[in-house]
Write a protein that binds this ligand. Structure first.
Ligand code: HEM
Length: 639
């Protein structure tokens, strides 16, 4: 039997109450260093096994019906046959504390130490009042395994002697993959395995940022092969931490992967080191502010990257684009067909990820997704053919056909398994300027950005601009998948923290984005001695709505200066697909000389829409559409 461990070695403890257990510390008002000191001390107490940096809040066990059974009323060890007990690589000790008290955590961990135990994992949860539940996953220091029945009893008695409540000690459950496979519906509970652990994900499924359909592919199975494709799960660690909280036992027969198998990301292109990388597999990288306004057209190598999968390797000579669906006659086009049989058009458009500026919302409360700054946004002059011409003149989709067949959406299917759609009105509008693009800033489209062919849907959230497109379908329904129908690009009220009672499919998926503006210089924290602060930035709005004004304040919104609009200002106000640069010279009022100055900007678009003041009312579970007034604090030095 292989020896099994928890994923990492973590102490996941509900902080506010757990702190009450710490000797000599009050439960409230602790500064971060104090908390860290506490956890460091605990780490020492627990033989260095608890890592302060990994402490998290944990939910209670998932579904009652499926959780491991801890049935005893008092000190009791479930009778199991000896072989089953030996099969368990660790044991679980549960201390039901009636009245929590400072120092109890220390006392309990010391007791476990004296029982010659290594604490592999510790979780403490509370009911917010006096009661607490300590769960320790332990191994015998000598054997490195779980404990036999007599030792379990001994440990229970030792903790029971603390006189704070009931203690139960039992083997940590071990499940075979056959047993896991029986749990793949809501009724049975939804289990998965990962490496050597078994997890009950029933409650989590509805809240999965990648959508219900995707996670359900792994129901009753090992998620390891899925996470090899979606390495963002392991890259940033969010998903691993969430998963650890759902662990219900060990896997008896984990799959052992032999040797080094090929990484699906091995063929990804080399990337510019100037980008700010959030993930590499798949790549998600933003344009640094220092490079943002060097040129109105962002150079291709530093264009922001938002991938969902590995970059597909495509032989351009063999590439074919299929165009079909309701009301069309199916056609298959090569790259040469696109270049030779249609008139080439150029459209200058800014693309913005729906999660741009998410990090500002994360400061209020963590959302789910990449913590972008404001650089998930770039501009290019795209070259290609109009989608409407491909659909109408080649695939024969007429406006009458659209009406007659009820075509509502044009779906784009990426060769990388990405799928998204836009409304048919946008696709066919003579003023919509949607491109099937094969050039970027005068160069052949780089593989990083969708070569040989991608969609460019000006004025619409980045995710609909599908890269490496292999098929375009006229449809009565919008695209399938998490990026269209799931929660990935849907907004919710700030009060919504859990989606289990919400029909996510019924919520409109994001298309056009709201008006946005950002201060690029000066940088936060910089100092200035000047009487007037030179402020520069960009503004943009979705739906082709041009920027008609940008206001800048240096006194936290008391007074405003109108910025001078620069490149981009001459775009047609109803077809302004690219950003507008702006600058303003803002006099520092006397009362702020020598003090911290708060710069703000807000843009107004051609619909006279403007940006909301504060981020708090914008907060949403996925951290989308953050477009509040952009704020930069600088220090004025009075000479
Ligand atoms: C079972 C436990 C799982 C957990 C705890 C989990 C957690 C997460 C988290 C936290 C994210 C957001 C990632 C981010 O920060 O950008 C995410 C995204 C995603 N997940 Fe999962 N996931 C699980 C299983 C799966 C499985 C089995 C699949 C595939 C079959 C999957 C597919 C995806 C996809 C496609 C995304 C969106 C990625 C993107 O938009 O780039 N997940 N998941």
């Amino acid at each position: 039997m292989p020896s099994r461990h928890m994923i990492g070695i973590q102490a996941r403890i509900v902080r506010s109450r757990a702190l009450a257990c710490a000797p000599g510390l009050s439960a409230t008002g602790l500064r971060q260093e104090t908390q860290d000191d506490f956890w460091n001390r605990l780490s020492v107490l627990a033989g260095g096994l608890l890592l302060a940096s990994q402490i998290q809040t944990v939910p209670q066990w998932g579904r009652d019906a499926q959780r491991p059974r801890f049935q005893q009323q008092n000190v009791h060890c479930e009778a199991r046959d000896e072989s089953a007990i030996r099969a368990s690589g660790s044991s679980v000790i549960t201390l039901e504390v009636e009245k929590d008290r400072p120092g109890l955590l220390k006392e309990a961990t010391e007791k476990l130490e004296t029982c010659q135990l290594n604490i592999v994992d510790a979780r403490i949860s509370t009911d917010g009042a006096e009661k607490a539940k300590h769960i320790y996953i332990v191994k015998c220091k000598v054997t490195g395994e779980g404990l036999p029945e007599d030792r379990l009893l001994e440990v229970s008695k030792a903790l029971q002697a603390l006189g704070v409540g009931l203690c139960k000690a039992e083997p940590w459950p071990v499940f075979s993959s056959e047993e896991v496979a029986k749990h793949k519906t809501k009724e049975t509970g939804i289990w998965v395995s990962y490496k050597d652990g078994v997890y009950d994900i029933t409650e989590f499924v509805a809240n999965h940022p990648g959508g219900v359909d995707k996670i359900m592919l792994a129901a009753g199975k090992a998620i390891d092969p899925f996470w090899r494709i979606y390495q963002q799960h392991t890259g940033r660690g969010n998903a691993v931490t969430q998963l650890a909280n759902m662990r219900i036992g060990d896997l008896a027969d984990p799959v052992v992967t032999s040797g080094q198998s090929e990484d699906p990301y091995d063929a990804d292109p080399d990337r510019h080191p100037g980008l700010i990388f959030h993930n590499n597999k798949p790549c998600n990288a933003e344009l640094p502010s220092e490079l943002m306004m060097d040129a109105w057209l962002t150079p291709n190598p530093v264009w922001f990257i938002r991938h969902h999968h590995p970059v597909p390797v495509i032989d351009q000579d063999k590439y074919r684009l299929i165009v079909d669906g309701v009301g069309t006659k199916s056609v298959t086009l090569s790259l040469e067909d696109l270049k030779g049989r249609f008139v080439k058009h150029e459209v200058t458009a800014t693309l913005q990820c729906g999660g741009n500026r998410r990090s500002e919302l994360d400061k209020i409360q963590k959302t789910g997704g990449i913590p972008w700054g404001f650089g998930a946004m770039s501009t290019a002059r795209w070259g290609g053919v109009y989608l409407r011409e491909v659909l109408q003149h080649c695939a024969g989709l007429s406006l009458e056909g659209v009406e007659a067949f009820g075509v509502k959406h044009i779906v784009f299917k990426g060769i990388d398994d990405m799928e998204a759609s836009i409304p048919v009105e946008k696709a066919l509008s003579p003023y919509g300027d949607v491109l099937v693009a094969y050039e970027m800033n005068g160069e052949p489209l780089p593989s990083e950005h969708g070569a040989p062919v991608r969609l460019v849907v000006p004025g619409v959230v980045g995710v609909r601009n599908v890269k490496w497109v292999g098929r375009i379908v006229a449809s009565t329904e919008e695209a399938q998948g998490p990026w269209q129908r799931g929660l990935a690009y849907k907004g919710f009220s700030p009060m919504v923290k859990d989606l289990k009672d919400i029909d996510v499919e019924k919520i409109l998926s994001m298309q056009e984005l709201p008006v946005q503006s950002v201060i690029v210089t000066p940088k936060p924290g910089s100092t200035t001695e000047l009487d007037d602060i030179e402020v520069k930035g960009f503004a943009w709005s979705g739906g082709g709505r041009g920027i008609i004004r940008v206001d800048v304040s240096c006194d936290n919104g008391e007074t405003w200066v109108t910025a001078e609009l620069g490149e981009g200002k001459d775009q047609t106000p109803t077809r302004a697909w690219a950003w507008t640069f702006w600058e303003a010279s803002v006099p520092v009022p006397d009362h702020l000389r020598g003090k911290e100055v708060t710069l703000l900007c807000r843009a107004v678009d051609s619909a006279y829409s403007t940006q909301p003041e504060r981020p708090e009312p914008l907060w949403n579970l996925r951290g989308l559409n953050c477009n509040c007034w952009h704020k930069v604090e600088v220090q004025h030095v009075d000479d």
